[in-house]
Design a protein around this ligand. Structure first.
Ligand code: GDP
Ligand code: MG
Length: 147
């Protein structure tokens, strides 16, 4: 089939729905409408989202990452995975006067441990949203070239 499934994981409230809504419809909502996510792992690509305003949301991704690794095993080599720090519009880089709890370098270091790519985004300001999905597709293309 021509379906391309991108599975988005992350704690409640980190902005998963907002990133998808921003990418697909170009819109953003301030109100939070909790969604029941299915924990279905049949993905062609994975986006693991935390909020830069919540260290806990990054910590909550670790067991999810371990479960993906365990489920996919060697197959994971060919699957694009991106660690995403969303809500980068919240607070300055140093957290001064802002709500930031996770610095970009910490996200980058985590991604290096996991062997995946990293990006900070904002569904609110539309920062790096197109780039996120584009980069996943680029990772896919690179895989095909190397086959
Ligand atoms: P989900 O539970 O991961 O799907 O999170 P939602 O997409 O529903 O977003 C949760 C809340 O965070 C909502 O109130 C959104 O308006 C807000 N939100 C989502 N993305 C961003 C962002 O990039 N920046 C800011 N400041 N707020 C965001
Ligand atoms: Mg949601």
């Amino acid at each position: 089939s021509n379906d391309y499934r991108v599975v988005v994981f992350g704690a409640g409230g980190v902005g998963k729905s907002s990133l998808v809504l921003r990418f697909v419809k170009g819109t953003f909502r301030e109100s939070y409408i909790p969604t029941i996510e299915d924990t279905y792992r049949q993905g062609h690509a994975f986006i693991l989202v935390y909020s830069v305003t919540s260290r806990q949301s990054l910590e909550e991704l670790r067991p999810i990452w371990d479960a993906i690794k365990e489920t996919k095993g060697a197959e994971l080599e060919g699957i694009p995975v991106m660690l995403v720090g969303n809500k980068c519009d919240e607070g300055g880089e140093d957290g001064a006067g802002g709500a930031r709890e996770v610095r970009p370098e910490e996200g980058e270091a985590e991604a290096q441990r996991w062997g995946c790519k990293f990006m900070e985004t904002s569904a609110k300001t539309n920062h790096n949203v197109k780039e996120l999905f584009q980069e996943l597709l680029n990772m896919e293309k690179n895989r095909n070239i190397s086959l």
